[in-house]
Ligand binder design. Structure first.
Ligand code: ADP
Length: 355
């Protein structure tokens, strides 16, 4: 199988047409990612000359094909070559004031639901908010925001975000067939996410909320390398088992140097029409976890039939006008906003890195 070391060796045979030196000794290989089906090569090349780039691309492709043949591979992995401009600006989205990730230890805890409602709450406070569906393995924003029927707009190389309830929305689920997104492996996922984040016309935004895939895969890493993150929110349900996964997600962010803006407890209790509250999954588990890790707790969302029904119907904004639920959502938004402002002012506590 192709790995970083044999790939690097193969790339040492590819010459840069401008300097006549090979890519390895030139020191321009920024990142190599490999797996069975896909390879991704990032080059730090200052030349924007198309012919230089295309010579390099074909040289790399030939080297990969040769390597695959030497290794007796039946199929040559898909290849993606990206040219990064040396010395390019550290923030590729200078018009976006803060980028915030929403993550979870595992799927189904309501991460996308919380991401959407936090974004809507901020928009209701008058902020300009974008939401990026980075959950490239299981994008749910098209359904949740009722975008299935709207055709995506692409202008040349630029993705034009959908506009919904005051939010600018970009989702991989509206750009490729969902079946394709599901089989993406690491290197391709990296490239796809990068394109969504950087090639979308976000315009000026106060906040860009990124709904990450659950767990601790490639996308959070890509995001943290790509954009200066203001922080991350981690969503967790009250059960003990859920907390173990959430802790892993929190540690991942911390190891990437991303501060945790707060933990949200979702599906905390259900209040029946007669007013009786049943704590189906317990209560307070996520808050206890946050306290034990010295992290802010943003608040809890109950199990509420409207959250599920309005999400399925693609009209989540109406929840903010629902008696009781609307107040809960807005106070969660206020706590979130407070933490974002602290982080923007550099007042968030330095996070404790637990390895
Ligand atoms: P994740 O992004 O973590 O996979 P989703 O946000 O897609 O989870 O939520 C999974 C399902 O649970 C959705 O159908 C959603 O409407 C529902 N859901 C999430 N949170 C709640 C809640 N607090 N009350 C009722 N339903 C919820």
């Amino acid at each position: 199988m192709i790995n970083q070391s044999n790939l690097r060796k193969a790339l040492s045979t590819v010459l840069d047409p401008e300097s006549g030196r090979d890519l390895v000794s030139l020191g321009v290989l920024r990142e190599l990612q490999t797996d069975e089906d896909a390879i991704r090569v990032e080059l730090d090349i200052s030349s924007t000359d198309e012919s230089v780039q295309s010579t390099l691309r074909s040289g790399i492709s030939a080297a990969v094909r040769k390597l695959a043949a030497e290794l007796g591979m039946r199929r040559v992995p898909e290849l993606e070559v990206e040219f990064l401009q040396a010395g390019s600006t550290p923030n590729p989205l200078p018009l976006v004031r803060s980028v915030i990730a929403v993550g979870a230890g595992k799927g189904g805890v309501g991460k996308s639901t919380v991401a959407v409602h936090l974004a809507l709450a901020l928009a209701r406070m008058g902020r300009k908010v974008g939401i990026l569906d980075g959950d490239i393995y299981g994008p749910s924003l098209p359904t949740m925001l009722g975008l299935q029927e709207t055709p995506p707009k692409i202008d040349g190389n630029t993705i034009i975000p959908f506009e919904k309830d005051g939010l600018k929305v970009v989702s991989i689920g509206r750009l490729v067939e969902p079946e394709k997104a599901l089989v993406w492996r690491g290197p391709m996922a990296h490239g796809a996410f990068r394109q969504l984040a950087l090639q979308s016309d976000w315009g000026e935004l106060d906040h860009l909320i990124v709904d990450l895939p659950p767990g601790t895969g490639d996308v959070p890493l890509t995001l943290a390398q790509l954009l200066p993150l203001t922080g991350a929110v981690v969503v967790c349900t009250p059960q003990k088992v859920a907390q173990d996964d959430a802790r892993r997600a929190i540690r991942m962010f911390q190891q990437l140097g991303v501060s945790i803006l707060g933990v949200v407890e979702n599906m905390a209790g259900f209040t029946a029409p007669d007013g009786t509250t049943i704590d189906l999954f317990g209560r307070g588990g996520a808050e206890d976890m946050a306290a034990s890790m010295s992290l802010p707790f943003l608040g809890r969302l109950p199990i509420h039939p409207e959250l599920a029904a309005r999400g399925d119907a693609g009209e989540p904004a109406t929840c903010h006008d629902t008696e009781g639920l609307g107040d809960t959502l807005q106070s969660l938004g206020t706590a979130f906003d407070h933490r974002i402002r602290m982080a923007e002012r550099g007042e968030d506590r330095p996070t404790l890195v637990i390895r």
